[in-house]
Design a protein around this ligand. Structure first.
Ligand code: MN
Length: 290
């Protein structure tokens, strides 16, 4: 079990010094692992990162990204389909070079509010797209986590059940479901069943509060969520994710609709999130022992 912290808790971009600082603060807050946001793989400072991670006190467990408008493979546009492949291709080179086992996020579309439902033809394009990036990832020993997000951020995978059906069609062993409690709290009927449905096809987990503030200060039902993780013997990463305009770039704030801040002190937030996740997971485990 690796408990991780998302990079945007600490910084808005990850050049050499910023990454070194984020990794050491992740460790100081008690986490085992770090998730690297790779919004723009083409501009990422890989040489700087390679210098830093060797001496870093925590491992980079994953990189994460979403597609942008010009790299969205779900639009029926060959140019954006190819741009999406190129973006993931570069991301996979980086993930492999950093020795991280996962690439996760909304790899299959743009993170935005769509104004139309996805069509069957568009779905078929995305199946083809994910097969191609899965084969590239597989040759590099990397697993893909397809993140299930709410209706305002995708018109495709909004529930764990939809993601499982999609992954069945893709039919590649290194493509897994990535669940996020923030999104589950909006779209799922409860917080346990999607986890139980996924079983060993759950590859990656984000823990975020209902308003993306301090864990435990919102409406997410963590008890049933962690019981379900325990019941499927989940042993993949669990990463704390949140966003604040105090940290992230204005463009990303707008995309994610961060209109108000629930926190400002990264250290305090992260320390308590790490304790919260470990306490809840431990509590769920004890009920099975007795
Ligand atoms: Mn997430």
């Amino acid at each position: 079990m690796q408990i991780g912290c998302h990079g945007l808790v600490w910084a808005g971009s990850f050049e050499r010094e910023a990454l070194a600082s984020a990794l050491s603060r992740t460790h100081a807050a008690g986490f085992d692992a770090f998730e690297l946001p790779l919004m723009n793989p083409a501009a990422f400072d890989l040489d700087g990162a390679l210098e830093v991670i060797e001496a870093a006190p925590v491992k980079v467990v994953a990189a994460s990204l979403g597609q942008s408008r010009d790299s969205d493979p779900s639009l029926g546009d060959p140019e954006s389909f190819q741009a999406g492949l190129a973006k993931i291709g570069r991301a996979l080179e980086i993930v492999q070079a950093l020795g991280a086992p996962y690439l996760v996020g909304v790899l299959y579309g743009e993170l935005r509010k769509y104004t139309e439902p996805i069509t069957d033809a568009q779905r078929a394009d995305v199946v083809d797209f994910v097969r191609r990036i899965a084969d590239d990832a597989g040759e590099r020993g990397i697993e893909l986590g397809l993140e299930v997000v709410n209706r305002y951020e995708s018109n495709h995978l909004n529930t764990g059940r939809q993601a499982l059906d999609f992954i069945d069609r893709v039919d590649r062993p290194n493509v897994k479901v990535h669940l996020d409690t923030y999104h589950m709290n909006i779209e799922e009927s409860d917080m346990a069943q999607p986890v139980l449905d996924c079983g060993d096809r759950l590859g990656y987990v984000h823990v975020g509060e209902s308003h993306r503030g301090y864990l435990g200060s919102g409406t997410v039902d963590y008890m049933n969520f962690f019981h379900a993780l325990d019941r499927i013997n989940y042993d993949g990463p669990i990463t704390f994710e949140t966003f604040s305009t105090a940290i992230i770039h204005e463009d990303l704030s707008r995309m994610l609709a961060v209109w108000r801040n629930l926190w400002e002190d990264s250290e305090d937030l992260a320390l308590r999130a790490n304790q919260f996740i470990r306490a809840h997971y431990r509590a769920a485990q004890t009920t099975r022992m007795h």
